[in-house]
Design a protein around this ligand. Structure first.
Ligand SMILES: O=c1ccn([C@@H]2O[C@H](COP(=O)(O)O)[C@@H](O)[C@H]2O)c(=O)[nH]1
Length: 234
């Protein structure tokens, strides 16, 4: 797994994905999420993998332990590098996810890293308090989920850049902080609420950044990706 910015391939289908990837002449770290997977199924994962890219399969599993464990066992066969669940599914569910992942990983292949979503980057503190009825601050809620995720034995969490440093201090540097909600300065936030720039993410403790529309929606996606990469690697 490389540490390049993770490019979110949020496209409606395979044709758009390959048209987009043709512009890049290097191995990337890409993210296949629900939009693409629901249309194309596991074949899209295999095809993108064949191109030599690292893959974060972002399906955010959240169900009873038995179901998540079995689903992970199946996903493990796809040979992706990073997968995830929702921490709100609970510790037994996360433990079942690891068991499934280990059981399904072919012999001789390294198992995918497993991370858990804490609070989505599209969620505000106000929304969390009124809709989820969580009486903590958003930072405390994210930290709570990070600790629970670590106790369950996972490799890290999805969080916003705003919580990354506190998680590193609490859970250690090796515990991954994967941060979506990345925008270039002055860029449209769209539906994201807890956003940051690539250089802000670097400075504030992200392990890996996820970037979608700031690149895929740019007039020149290759140029936008280069700017994001330079800011992230600086
Ligand atoms: O908390 C989360 C978890 C996942 N995501 C995913 O990341 C990308 C972000 O796309 P942008 O276009 O850069 O906003 C998207 O695929 C989400 O499903 C997230 O944003 N926040």
């Amino acid at each position: 797994m490389n540490n390049k910015p993770i490019l979110a391939l949020d496209f409606p289908g395979e044709a758009e994905v390959f048209k987009f990837l043709k512009h890049f002449n290097e191995p990337l770290f890409v993210k296949i999420g629900m939009e693409l997977y629901m249309q194309e199924g596991p074949d899209i994962v295999r095809k993108v993998k064949e191109l030599g890219h690292d893959i974060f399969l972002d399906l955010k599993l959240h169900d009873i332990p038995n179901t998540v464990g079995s689903a992970m066992k199946g996903l493990a066969k796809l040979g992706v590098d990073l997968v995830n669940v929702h921490a709100a599914g609970g510790r037994p569910m996360m433990e079942a996810a690891i068991e499934g992942l280990e059981a399904g990983t072919p012999v001789g292949r390294e198992r995918a890293a497993l991370i858990a979503v804490t609070q989505l980057t599209s969620t505000t503190e106000e929304q969390m308090k009124t809709e989820q009825k969580i009486a903590l601050s958003l930072q405390e809620s994210v930290l709570h989920y990070a600790r629970l995720t670590q106790q369950a034995g996972l490799n890290g969490v999805v969080c916003s850049v705003h919580e990354a440093k506190a998680i590193a201090e609490t859970c250690g540097e090796n515990f991954l902080r994967v941060t979506p909600g990345i925008r270039l300065a002055g860029g449209d936030a769209h539906d994201q609420k807890r956003i940051a720039t690539p250089d802000g993410a670097k400075h504030d403790g992200s392990s890996l950044i996820v970037v979608g529309r700031a690149v895929t929606g740019a007039q020149d996606p290759v140029a936008a990706y280069k700017i994001v990469s330079e800011l992230w690697e600086a």
